[in-house]
Design a protein around this ligand. Structure first.
Ligand code: BGC
Ligand code: NOJ
Length: 813
């Protein structure tokens, strides 16, 4: 069964029934104010940091699912309903939800009353603004009552959901315009200089701000006392749980539309201007905000600006190919998801609570591959933030908080792949922008200005840390884990509940990672070239020499006969070998080593990818390992705590599928590359009921072939899958590759794509690229003609000139 469809013209996904197999959400906001909004109007808002600055409350793992959001309740005669269906779940006569780029529109109808709510976080404002339009489509007048609803959070989301002895005593409110403007100012009396406001641009007929009064202690969100009785109580929260609800009653004549604008804002004051009288908050910033959203015309204008912003962002890279689904992925949804991962990293989704994980060192670095062409300046700033958390020895905290930008140890450190991801990110950034001056930026180590050093030194320490922390086979030590957080080879944990991410109790100093070896090889040439370009020839030579040593080590000790080994454990035993009973083969080293070019010349790479197809491939992608672990293995850690087929133990961990795509293109296999791609790409997924998560974005994990329910997905939105797929298709398959020296054209297309046109903006110039694929599904020779002149080689050299348009004809085969 289908629950919706794409509308490419409007760049929207249209959901046609509210009871989707899982809540299907969207993200509003791109700078400081963020909201998650589901197709039934569930979700929450925060300012910058989902953990430290939570504005509205959300209960994860709730029953029924996804209750708690920004709701509108309607009373029309006996009928009581919500435009988004939840939480009353009153059957609707019509329902549609359109998730667009940075906005969501829900339209529904019941008994001839049509409601349309359109929500956005306008560009440049710290507010979520919703326009609600109510239309009487009948021939009789209707008396309608509307109740808005938001529930405030006590800022720190962890505290908010645990520290009730304190929280229940904190709430304080203020009002203006008889309750049309409601202020939540808990803790403002002490150290905070910020508050929230929830306002409607109309005369109200009452309000409520105390949750218990509004809902009733023993009622659910589906039967709030005030709405059931259709009578606001004008309640004022003093302690307990503060909410904001406006009551608006109007008579709608036949055909008449009532339009209301609701603004949920975050406001700050300078410390010396917090109050205008004892206990009375300074409302100036709120007044200024509300003035901007007082009329429909203003709302329309801001929505127009938001649309224009997205159009301009997405215009940096567009394609037209024979494959509509590919076009939809590349032009809209893949890039949109990349922006969401830029904003959220792994902090807030319907699977990430906003409390557990902040910004990941490796996650942010990899996400950059998907957004650097869209927002290069912000990518630069992100790199500096990440680098500033790096330890002086070159290793890294695993994550940092977006608000403080300081590294924290909540999920540990010592993940030995982390350092090199910084090098990958910087390489990608300089390739895109040519901004080699980044290497001279002076950046803290461990957020300590006294330890600051130029970026080039950060890269040097990262590279050396990896190259010089090697084990008995000359392969990099894995440390706490590598990309696979759950391959915990030095953590022999038998204590229930102990964190695999922070405990190390059996570090024999010998557990090695073939995956990190592949990373080092993969980044070494670019790193060396970067060093050369900035005059560091000795360091360039070091990188090249280390690369050769590492290739050698992988070919000697990281090769299992038919595929690349995964690792050596703390006893020096093989992981990911045919000799193992379970976990014989892992995808990560096959993808990473072949991407790095290891074994391409001697046939190892081909064998590794053949083995990947043979053992790991299934209908919904390439699984992480096979056979999945059936039992818990003390020497392997968290990977074996998942039942077979889930997460890191044998699911399709979508993040590493594009590595296989890229690897296949290294060998010129366009059809095989695309075959891997389409198995996880959202636009190609047909069984929405089985898949369950949003059909417009990637999920982190899809249950593998050995699981109870193969094909079911989890952890949608916040995954490196988005960035890597964008990178894989744009650079490896379509072959438009920013390089340090220019733009390289090197497509490796599947046979069904004969013709592609691409518009690519690169270092201030426009490239109108037309590719003819005469090679079929295996790559052939590539010829490039620029403005009618045949190019020697495949790289169009970068120039200092900007503002030019180049016509590029590429022929493959
Ligand atoms: C998950 C990993 C995740 C890690 C981060 C583990 O439980 O399986 O996917 O990266 O936690 O803390
Ligand atoms: C999710 C994490 O965010 C990512 O950093 C990690 O590489 C994968 N899980 C695999 O464990």
């Amino acid at each position: 069964m289908n629950y919706g469809h794409f509308d490419d013209e409007r760049r929207e996904y249209v959901i046609t029934r509210p009871d989707t197999p899982y809540p299907w959400i969207n993200y509003l906001g791109g700078e400081a104010f963020f909201s998650l909004i589901s197709n039934t109007s569930g979700g929450y808002s925060f300012y910058r940091d989902a953990r430290l600055m939570r504005l509205t409350r959300y209960r994860y793992n709730n029953v029924p699912t996804d209750v708690g959001g920004k709701y509108f309740y309607l009373r029309d005669g006996d009928a009581m309903w919500n435009p988004g269906w939840q939480p009353t779940r009153t059957p609707l006569d019509a329902y549609e939800c359109r998730h667009g780029l940075g906005y969501t529109v829900i339209t529904s109808e019941k008994n001839g009353l049509r409601a349309q709510q359109c929500s956005m976080v306008p560009h440049g404002y710290t507010a979520e603004v919703t326009r609600l339009r109510l239309t009487n489509t009948t021939a009789q007048a209707k008396d309608v009552s509307l109740y808005s609803f938001v529930e405030f959070s006590m800022w720190n989301a962890l505290d908010d959901s645990t520290n009730f002895q304190r929280n229940y005593a904190l709430a304080e409110m203020e009002f203006e315009n008889e309750g049309a403007v409601i202020y939540h100012k808990s803790e403002y009396r002490e150290r905070r200089n910020h508050y929230s406001v929830y306002a409607v641009n109309a005369r109200v007929n009452g309000y409520d701000t105390d949750r218990e009064s509004f809902i009733g202690l023993y009622n659910g969100f589906d039967k709030p006392d005030v709405v059931v009785n259709n009578q606001p109580k004008n309640s004022v929260a003093h302690g307990w749980a503060p909410i904001a609800s406006h009551c608006v009653r109007r008579t709608l004549q036949p055909g008449e539309t009532l339009s209301l604008i609701f603004t949920l804002g975050y406001c700050e004051n300078p410390n010396d201007r917090k109050f205008i009288a004892p206990g009375v908050i300074n409302k100036e910033p709120a007044h200024a905000l509300l003035k901007e959203f007082a009329t429909d015309a203003q709302f329309e204008e801001k929505l127009g600006e938001l649309n224009a912003y997205w159009s301009s962002l997405l215009s940096h890279f567009t394609i037209q190919s024979d494959d509509d689904k590919l076009n939809r992925q590349m032009n809209i949804w893949n890039q949109y998801q990349c922006m969401v991962t830029f904003n959220m990293s792994r902090s807030a989704s319907y699977f990430e609570s906003g409390i557990g994980r902040g910004m990941g060192f490796r996650d942010c670095s990899q996400d950059l591959l998907g957004f650097v062409h869209l927002i290069p300046e912000r990518a630069r700033a992100r790199i500096l933030d990440i680098a500033a958390t790096q330890f002086p020895d070159g290793s890294a905290y695993h994550q940092y908080q977006p608000l403080t930008k300081r590294g924290n140890l909540d999920v540990g450190s010592g993940f030995n792949d982390d350092p090199l991801w910084l090098v990958f990110a910087v390489v990608a950034y300089v390739k895109e922008t040519g901004d080699i001056a980044l290497l001279d930026e002076v950046v803290d180590f461990d957020n300590n200005p006294e330890l600051a050093a130029p970026m080039r030194e950060h890269l040097r320490r990262a590279f050396h840390y990896t190259a010089e922390h090697c084990g008995p086979h000359g392969l990099p030590l894995i440390g706490r884990a590598d990309w696979n957080d759950c391959l915990n080879l030095n953590c022999y944990s038998s204590v229930p509940g102990e964190s695999f991410q922070t405990v190390t109790n059996n570090d024999t100093g010998i557990a090695e990672s073939v995956f990190i070896a592949g990373m080092l090889v993969g980044v070494a040439d670019d790193y060396a070239r970067l060093c050369d370009l900035s005059g560091e020839t000795a360091e360039a030579a070091y990188a090249s020499e280390r690369k050769l040593l590492m290739v050698d080590a992988v070919e000697k000790y990281g090769w299992d006969g038919n595929w690349f080994l995964r690792a050596y454990d703390a006893n020096g035993e093989k992981v990911g070998s045919d000799e193992c009973k379970e976990g014989k083969i892992f995808v990560e080293p096959q993808g990473m080593c072949v991407m790095a070019g290891i074994g391409v010349a001697n046939g190892m790479a081909q064998k590794a990818l053949d083995a990947t197809r043979e053992h790991l491939m299934f209908d919904y992608g390439v699984v992480l390992n096979w056979p999945a672990y059936q039992e818990y293995h003390l020497n392997l850690g968290e990977i074996s705590s998942y039942p077979p087929g889930y997460k890191e133990n044998g699911s399709v961990f979508c993040h590493n599928n594009p590595w296989v795509v890229i690897a296949e293109t290294e060998l010129g296999h366009g059809d095989r590359a695309f075959d891997v791609y389409r198995r996880t790409a959202p636009a190609y997924i047909e069984d929405q009921q089985l898949h369950r998560t949003e059909p417009y974005v990637y999920s982190q994990t899809v249950n593998g072939k050995e699981s109870y329910k193969p094909g079911e997905a989890k952890n949608s939105w916040l995954t490196g899958t988005a960035a890597w797929n964008f990178y894989a298709i744009s650079q490896a398959v379509l072959g438009v590759k920013p390089e340090l020296d220019g733009l390289k054209l090197d497509p490796c297309l599947p046979g069904h794509i004969h013709h592609v046109t691409i518009h690519r903006e690169f270092r201030g110039n426009r490239y109108e690229i037309e590719i003819q694929n005469r090679a079929g599904g295996e790559k052939g020779p590539v010829q490039v003609i620029v403005d009618g002149v045949a190019l020697a080689g495949q790289t169009i050299p970068a120039t200092a000139e900007t503002g030019k348009t180049y016509r590029v004809e590429v022929t493959v085969g």
